[in-house]
Ligand binder design. Structure first.
Ligand code: FES
Length: 167
């Protein structure tokens, strides 16, 4: 069954007619040609497909596009430009927060979500004490970023990059 869906992607209104089974990831990559968002596992285990929907990070492979009618979606293409990188993009470059780069768009979108969660005082599993400071310790960030897998193992540099922006 096809359905009309209207998404606001990186500030632009996009109208699509999609099979109701189309994931948000496939809508972005196959229908809007926004291939910055990556498909790793396609089953919610790697985080490569992370995008920001109405301010929250989600695995776009696990979500149907038609569920997001009217939503505001930000992908890696919407975060910065080659001339003016988003602070997290600049920090990933500075700290070498990648090797092959395949997981990087998801890592950065997820980190945008993490910084927002910290700002809003949202607890994670390691923040048992909400008053514990800082909420962006390396352990804290590792826990919050644990849904984003990096097969190259660039984790310590990724944490360094996010720490710089969070501090
Ligand atoms: Fe969505 Fe792996 S592609 S979590």
């Amino acid at each position: 069954v096809a359905m009309k869906v209207s998404l606001r992607v990186n500030g632009q209104r996009r109208e699509l007619e999609l099979d109701t089974r189309t994931s948000l990831l496939d809508a972005l990559r196959e229908h809007l040609q926004l291939t910055g968002t990556k498909k790793g596992c396609d089953q919610g285990q790697c985080g490569a497909c992370t995008v920001i929907v109405d301010g929250r990070r989600i695995n776009s492979c696990l979500s149907l596009a038609v569920m997001h009618d009217g939503a505001e979606i930000t992908t890696i293409e919407g975060l910065g430009t080659p001339d003016k990188l988003h602070p997290l993009q600049a920090a990933f470059v500075k700290h070498d927060g990648y090797q092959c780069g395949y997981c990087t768009p998801g890592q950065i979108c997820s980190a945008v979500g993490v910084l927002d969660e910290i700002k809003r005082g949202m607890p994670s599993h390691v923040t048992a004490d909400l008053n514990a400071q800082p909420m962006f310790s390396a352990d804290e960030l590792r826990e919050r970023m644990s849904g984003n897998i990096c097969r190259c193992g660039a984790y310590s540099n990724i944490v360094d990059a996010i720490t710089e922006v969070a501090a």
